[in-house]
Structure formats: structure tokens, C-alpha cells
Ligand binder design. Structure first.
Ligand code: FAD
Length: 397
């Protein structure tokens, strides 16, 4: 096992860290309060090649490996969860799915502009009546000649007002349950689509999340991703990639909590000494450090499996579950270490705590991942290769 990063990965980390320090950290408090961020930041993310990390060069990406994607997510979430969430849905859930399941035409038309950051991709799986229980969805797509007619509603969709392309899941045959769900590439400009932002969210306030409505949206057959009935499988494979980015981002959030807490421990004095000298405060710092190191190892282990092109649902789920739980706890402890000052926006820890909650819910709740891990251990669930695995990663390809 080699735990060293390559020169290219080191450079990516430096670039992403500088971007975070120069462009996110000075502005995030304002963006978080106002509930939006300057759209110019999208262009900056794209210009730096951040929207195509892990996508092969021939499809407009930078051809780096999965652990490079993890590095990017860790550094961005150290600034704010909003930006890592954007990479998770745009790259992890949407672009990577096009790479895995798309036809050559679909890759040229949708993946290439997404990898270059010219177009934004989002992921529409959740519905008002279907979150963890995906098969409870009620959206339908009915075949009509060379089109499908899509009707339904999605909710809690990240980038909902900003995305140009959506990967949407709907029933083409409800009687077949999981095997009756199909995936579609939907363009915002198709008539019958509307979206509405969810206001006053608890966290990730600088990012857009909302509802999507489809009313008789005519989708050309060539926009079907995969075969009819493959939608559930595609959604779960997409989540393998999305969850990896969420886990990597959580590592960055733990680091942000550690950095803020260590600084405050040295500054604040009680009972004649810096609070870092009190053992109960040290306990919280030690837990954060342990969570940080363990989460990182789980993330890079999942990344190594992905780089080899093998099924990694189990390792990715474990990394996502643990890293997000550690981050949620680290944010709570960082807040506690700051005492009353944690409550003010002079310090970032209240934002960290608010932001740490959504990742424990999206892309599989804590409970869903707990069940998955238990079922793997008990032998009730197995990992089998999919009919279309992403190939082993080859540098630059
Ligand atoms: C900020 C944010 C952004 C999001 N972005 C997207 C997006 O871009 N695209 C998208 O499709 N979705 C998105 N989501 C939705 C997210 O994926 C869902 O919220 C998530 O899957 C959980 O679904 P739910 O909220 O309906 O909870 P439910 O599934 O209703 O669960 C409610 C509670 O019951 C528990 N529970 C459910 N089933 C079981 C069980 N079998 N055993 C034990 N406990 C169980 C859950 O763990 C949870 O605690 C986003 C959510 C948030 C908060």
C-alpha cells in the first residue's frame, strides 16, 4: 500500500486550497446569510477544471483518478458544504453516470459540456413521497412514438434552479416495481419543466435546493439513459459515486472544525489557562482528529477500489456513513468548544454544524447505511459486478 499522493494530486490540493482560502472563505458568511452566491464562482470552478476531475480527457475532463476527486471535495467542503454538494451532484451523480451508462452520442452532447463546466448537471431522484424508498416514486414516463411523456414532481433537488441538464428517474412500468424505473436526460429548456427553490433551509444556505415539476414533458427516446427498466440500477450506481464525494467532503468539514477549534483553544483562557489545556476539551479535539484520520482512510480505500474498476458499494457506503457521522459530531464539538461565541457569526462553527446535517440525510440516511452494513456482514446483501462497470482508471485517458 502506498499512501503518498502523486505530484498531480498535490498540485490539485494546493490549487483547490488556494481557491477555497481566496474565494470561498472571505465571502461565505455573506453568501450563507443572503442564501445565494455570486454566479461568477461557477465560472471560476469550471476554469480551474474542477467540474471535470475524474472525467477522461477525451470527454472534456482532466483525466485524474477518484482520489483526486476526493481531494477536490475535501478542500472545497473545508470552505463550505455548498461547493462540495455542487460537485457531488454535477460530477458524482450526473456526469459520472453519463460516463458509465451513456451512449457515445449522449456523452458528446451532455457529458463533454458538463465536464468543461459549460453546462450544469443535477440529479432528480427524490420525490415528496419517495426518499429512502426510491420505488415509492410516482413520476411516470409513457412511451409515445419516438418520445416519452414525463409527468411528476421531484423535491430537494440540489442546483434545481441552476442546472441545464437533469438526470431524472420515472416509472415506465409501475407493475415491475424496481425493474420498471427508467432514467432520462432531461434538458431545462424542454417545454413543461418548472422549478422552485426551497427557502429558509437549515444549512447549505449558499446553495440552491428545490422542487422540479414535469408536466407532459416530451423527451426524445435518444435521451433515455440505459435501457427501459434499468433506472433503479443506474440510480444506485450513481449513488456509489455521489456518496464517495459526500464522504470526501465530510473529511474536509472535520478538518475545518479542527482548524477553528485548535485556533480557539489557543486563544481562549479560562481558570488561568488556555482552554486547550483542559482535558475535557482535549477529548473533543482528540475525537475530531480520530474521526478525521479514520474517515480519510475509508475514503481513499473506496477510491482505490474505484480506481481498479471493481464494485465498491459496500466500502463507499461505509465511508459515507462514518465520515458524515464523524463530521456531524465534530461540528457539534467545535461549536461546544467555542462556548457562547459559537452562537455568533463571528465564528464559522454554527454554519459547520448546520451544514453537517444534510450529508447525514442525503445519498442514503445514516439509518439506511447502517442497515446496508449490517446486511453485508450478515450475508443478506452481496456485491456483484454490474453489467456496465466503469473501467479501471487509466491516467489521462
Ligand atoms: C440539502 C439536501 C439536498 C438534497 N439533494 C438532492 C438531490 O440533488 N437529488 C435528490 O434526488 N435528492 C436530494 N435530496 C434528498 C435526499 O436524498 C433525501 O432527503 C433522502 O434520501 C432521505 O429521504 P427523505 O428525506 O424522504 O426521508 P425518509 O426516507 O422519509 O426517511 C425519514 C426517516 O426515516 C428513516 N428511515 C426510512 N426508511 C427506514 C428503514 N427502512 N429503516 C430505518 N429507518 C428508516 C430515515 O433514515 C429517516 O431518518 C437532498 C436532501 C437535502 C436535505
Amino acid at each position: 500500500m502506498d499512501f503518498r499522493f502523486t505530484d498531480e494530486q498535490d498540485l490539485l490540493r494546493k490549487t483547490a486550497r488556494k481557491f477555497t482560502d481566496d474565494e470561498i472563505v472571505p465571502n461565505i458568511s455573506k453568501w450563507d446569510t443572503e442564501g445565494k452566491f455570486d454566479p461568477v464562482i461557477w465560472k471560476r470552478l469550471a476554469d480551474l477544471g474542477f467540474m471535470g476531475v475524474c472525467i477522461p480527457e477525451k470527454y472534456g475532463g482532466s483525466g485524474m483518478d477518484y482520489n483526486a476527486l476526493a481531494i477536490l471535495c475535501e478542500e472545497l467542503e473545508r470552505g463550505d458544504t455548498t461547493f462540495r454538494t455542487a460537485v457531488s451532484v454535477h460530477t458524482g451523480l450526473n456526469s459520472m453516470s453519463l460516463l458509465q451508462w451513456g451512449t457515445e452520442e449522449q456523452k458528446q452532447k451532455y457529458l463533454v459540456p458538463q465536464a468543461k463546466g459549460e453546462k450544469i448537471g443535477a440529479f432528480g431522484l427524490t420525490e415528496p413521497g419517495a426518499g429512502s424508498d426510491v420505488a415509492a416514486m410516482s413520476s411516470t414516463a409513457v412511451r409515445d412514438g419516438e418520445h416519452y411523456v414525463l409527468n411528476g414532481q421531484k423535491t430537494w433537488i440540489s442546483l434545481c434552479d441552476q442546472a441545464d441538464h437533469f438526470l431524472v428517474f420515472a416509472y415506465t412500468d409501475k407493475a415491475k416495481k424496481h425493474h420498471g424505473i427508467t432514467a432520462f436526460i432531461v434538458e431545462r429548456t424542454m417545454p413543461g419543466i418548472s422549478s422552485k427553490a426551497i427557502k429558509n433551509k437549515y444549512g447549505i444556505r449558499a446553495g440552491n435546493t428545490g422542487e422540479l415539476f414535469f408536466e407532459n414533458v416530451r423527451i426524445p427516446v435518444e435521451n433515455r439513459l440505459g435501457e427501459e427498466g434499468e433506472g433503479f440500477k443506474i440510480a444506485m450506481a450513481s449513488l456509489d459515486n455521489g456518496r464517495f464525494t459526500v464522504a470526501a467532503g465530510a473529511v474536509g468539514l472535520i478538518r475545518a472544525c479542527l482548524e477553528a477549534s485548535v485556533k480557539y483553544c489557543h486563544e481562549r483562557e479560562t481558570f488561568g489557562k488556555p482552554i486547550g489545556k483542559h482535558q475535557l476539551v482535549q477529548q473533543m479535539i482528540a475525537n475530531m482528529e480520530a474521526g478525521y484520520q479514520m474517515s480519510r482512510l475509508l475514503v481513499y480505500r473506496a477510491g482505490e477500489l474505484k480506481n481498479r474498476g471493481v464494485r465498491n458499494t459496500r466500502a463507499t457506503s461505509l465511508a459515507k456513513w462514518q465520515a458524515c457521522d464523524f463530521a456531524n459530531q465534530a461540528a457539534d464539538d467545535a461549536f461546544q468548544i467555542h462556548g457562547a461565541y459559537g452562537y455568533s457569526d463571528d465564528y464559522p462553527v454554527a454554519r459547520y454544524l448546520r451544514n453537517s446535517k444534510a450529508p447525514v440525510i442525503y445519498e442514503g440516511t445514516r439509518e439506511i447505511h447502517t442497515i446496508m452494513q449490517a446486511e453485508y456482514v450478515l450475508g443478506y446483501r452481496q456485491e456483484k459486478p454490474l453489467n456496465k462497470m466503469l473501467p479501471a482508471w487509466t491516467p489521462g485517458e
